[in-house]
Design a protein around this ligand. Structure first.
Ligand SMILES: CC(C)(COP(=O)(O)OP(=O)(O)OC[C@H]1O[C@@H](n2cnc3c(N)ncnc32)[C@H](O)[C@@H]1OP(=O)(O)O)[C@@H](O)C(=O)NCCC(=O)NCCS
Length: 188
């Protein structure tokens, strides 16, 4: 146990693994008759919260969402399951990996719709970020995911730095050559 609280110093990946399953009802559909992306995002946020808070033993907030690409539409009547596990922990932050699958309940056919990553931060009762237990990696898969999370974090930091530098150059009409290839024209 850590000195500052009753929380353990480490918790296993399996301790906080969560699956959330929900039937897609007609009220969740968009104008095209498919399930609204926002419904799926809301479910992902819920399951990320559950996994993060179980691991942290505290309230958690969502800080960042990565890799939300809906690869296939989800249909009304499908049973959607969101499988979440803590892939990585920092000091106060946790990366939760979420795999979303949708099952046609009549045929049993299962499709993988997306895998996304939610960064959550644990907060104490005063609303300040608070330290989370370390992670016990239960399997080689957990270790791979932990290592991937380190690399994902590095790539993201590098991307943010590179983009910030490029952004400085995107002023005035200096990018006419680039814009000439795109479907736009100046309206000013
Ligand atoms: C996220 C938040 C707690 C960061 O607060 P802060 O005072 O800047 O705290 P810190 O700089 O110590 O960062 C805390 C952790 O968040 C991580 N973090 C901060 N911004 C991040 C980002 N954009 N992406 C990923 N991680 C981030 C930091 O790396 C740090 O992790 P670590 O402790 O594991 O090293 C604060 O900005 C916040 O409360 N945001 C609102 C969250 C919220 O309300 N979410 C719901 C959305 S509707």
């Amino acid at each position: 146990m850590s000195a500052s609280s009753l929380l353990p110093d480490f918790r296993s990946v399996s301790y906080s693994r969560v699956t959330l399953t929900e039937l897609m009802i007609p009220g969740y559909a968009n104008f095209g008759g498919k399930i609204h992306g926002g419904i799926l995002l809301s479910l992902m946020d819920k399951v990320a919260y559950a996994a993060a808070s179980k691991h942290a033993g505290t309230y958690c907030v969502t800080v960042s969402v990565d890799g939300v690409d809906f690869l296939q539409p989800v249909e009304v009547g499908e049973l959607v399951s969101l499988l979440a596990s803590v892939n990585y922990v920092g000091r106060t932050s946790l990366l939760v990996g979420i795999k979303v699958i949708a099952e046609d309940v009549r045929t049993g056919l299962v499709k993988h719709t997306n895998t996304s990553y939610f960064t959550m931060v644990a907060k104490n009762d005063a609303g300040q970020p608070t330290m989370v237990p370390g992670l016990i990696l239960d399997s080689p898969v957990d270790t791979r995911r932990f290592l991937e999370a380190i690399k994902r974090r590095e790539f993201k930091q590098r991307y943010q730095q590179d983009f910030a530098a490029v952004r400085e150059t995107l002023t005035g009409n200096q990018q006419e050559e680039l814009l000439a290839k795109e479907r736009c024209k100046f309206g000013y």
